[in-house]
Design a protein around this ligand. Structure first.
Ligand code: UD1
Length: 449
């Protein structure tokens, strides 16, 4: 049982170098199977989800090792096209293996990436898209079995799902001719996946726009690729600077990727200078409400920054309305923030936050990755000590968050507590850990964002 112990109230200041993007690294690791080769992937963050993805690749027969800042994936020999149950249910992003395994082997067997507590997260668009491309897909309550080759043509996604766009890009590579995907998600991480695939010698065009064209082919070379920066990690650090009344600079991040977030922070009173490779922020001290903020697919305000924004709004002068436009159940942090004194009311996908003068430290529990980050921010802003438990969720997607925040002057420490029956029971009661060990069910107990 590990937890963060945070003493809040200190304005953060200084410089932080943004790490590689989780949401680019995970599909790119899956894409390393599309062409059998020895691929070098640089800048992959050392996070829990990347370790699980590496274990999945190993289970499929690839050799995967970390050499410093580089992940080397040798995917020349695959021994299986079936993603093991136990690993699949640990990682929502394992769904990307459908596309890459189909491209490589003409078959893929996955179990359903389970429900989690930010929404039902079905994979119907992935499956519908694969069928339209010509694959045979059979599914039951537990498994999805896919086979065949892509026959090309056009598929219009009914919603710009990030994961479905990425999966279909990979699945379309097996086609004889041209496949056109329309109404695609436009997230920058999709451009990064395209960059990787092109580095392998595949022909993929248009990522970052609503229309992506994929020309079938086998690929021509081993890749050497640098993962893009993590714009959500960057936003989290910017919000930590803003919320604590601090000032600082993030390096290795293109300000242009964070337009909607920077706009909201400016509306809250922060002074921001955004450059090609860095962002500087000076907080106004007490922030003011940004009014109404709705999350939406890129370039809209990212749903992955909504929990952190709720923390800032909790102490901002005035009333903030947040509309969660992407997931149907993404306010799990609300109850915990209220334990710290926040005034928040939710109704469905809407939240109204009335800014209070300050938060007080409390023991709170992270129930998902970004909700957990929001609680860490709250701890940095609060008076007295905050203990955040359930940090395994946070570590799935942030590399050493506590070290980065300490580097900016935050008073945060990670502590380990020996697991006793009592601590395990109370954590399970609070929903911080699973008590469902290896039941064989595919329903995941960890939220996978
Ligand atoms: C990705 C990101 C996640 C981010 C999300 C939205 C990765 C690894 N994860 O997740 O951090 O929060 O984009 O920006 O990149 N949907 C369906 N059917 C489908 C697929 C999606 O109904 O087949 C719905 C989902 O339930 C959700 C919405 O579409 O309500 C967005 O999901 P999607 O864009 O697919 O998100 P992910 O790819 O899972």
């Amino acid at each position: 049982m590990e937890s963060y112990h945070i003493r809040g109230g200190t304005p953060l200041h200084g410089e932080y170098q943004v790490k590689g993007a989780k949401n680019a690294a995970l599909p790119i690791l899956a894409a390393a199977l599309c062409r059998g080769g020895i691929h070098e992937i640089y800048g992959c963050p050392e996070i829990g989800d990347a370790s699980v993805m590496m274990n999945i690749l190993r289970a499929l027969g690839a050799d995967c090792r970390r050499e410093g800042n580089c992940l080397v994936v040798d995917s020349r020999q695959l021994t299986s096209a079936a993603v093991p149950h136990s690993l699949m249910s640990m990682l929502r992003s394992s769904v990307f293996l459908m596309g890459s395994l189909l491209m490589r082997t003409g078959e893929a067997v996955i179990c359903r990436p389970g429900g989690c507590n930010i929404g039902s997260r079905p994979i119907d668009i992935h499956i519908d898209g694969l069928r339209h491309l010509g694959y045979t897909v059979t599914e039951d309550a537990e498994k999805v079995v896919c086979s065949g080759r892509c026959r090309g043509g056009k598929y219009v996604l009914p919603y710009p799902s990030v994961g479905a766009t990425e999966n279909l890009m990979m699945a379309a590579l097996s086609g004889e001719g041209l496949t056109v995907l329309e109404n695609c998600a436009m997230e920058p991480e999709i451009m990064d996946l395209q960059g990787f695939l092109r580095n392998c010698g595949f022909h993929v065009y248009g990522a970052g726009t609503g229309t992506i064209a994929v020309l079938g082919g086998k690929g021509t070379s081993d890749a050497m690729y640098f993962i893009m920066e993590d714009r959500i990690e960057a936003a989290t650090y910017l919000m930590a600077l803003a919320g604590t009344g601090g000032e600082g600079m993030l390096t290795g991040v293109r300000g242009g990727l964070l337009g909607s977030v920077l706009q909201v922070l400016e509306n809250m009173g922060c002074r921001i200078r955004s450059f090609q490779d860095r962002i500087e922020l000076v907080s106004s001290g007490r922030l003011r409400s940004p009014g109404t903020v709705s999350t939406a697919p890129y370039p809209g305000f990212p749903t992955d920054c909504q929990p952190q924004l709720m923390t800032l709004a909790a102490c901002a002068a005035g009333e903030t309305q947040i509309c969660e436009g992407v997931f149907e159940n993404r306010f799990t942090h609300k109850k915990e923030l209220m334990k710290m004194g926040a005034n928040i009311e939710t109704c469905g996908k809407n939240a109204i936050i009335k800014g209070v003068d300050g938060l007080q430290g409390a023991e709170v529990c992270a129930r998902d990755l970004r909700g957990g980050a929001a609680l860490v921010l709250a701890g940095l802003m609060a008076e007295k000590e905050t203990v955040v438990t359930g940090i395994q969720h946070i570590e799935r997607g942030y590399e050493e968050l506590e070290k980065g925040l300490r580097q900016l002057g935050g008073n945060i420490e990670k502590k380990s507590e020996r697991k006793t029956e009592k601590t395990e029971e109370s954590a399970a009661e609070a929903g911080c850990i699973s008590t469902d060990h290896g039941s064989g069910s595919c329903v995941s107990v960890l939220p996978h964002v």
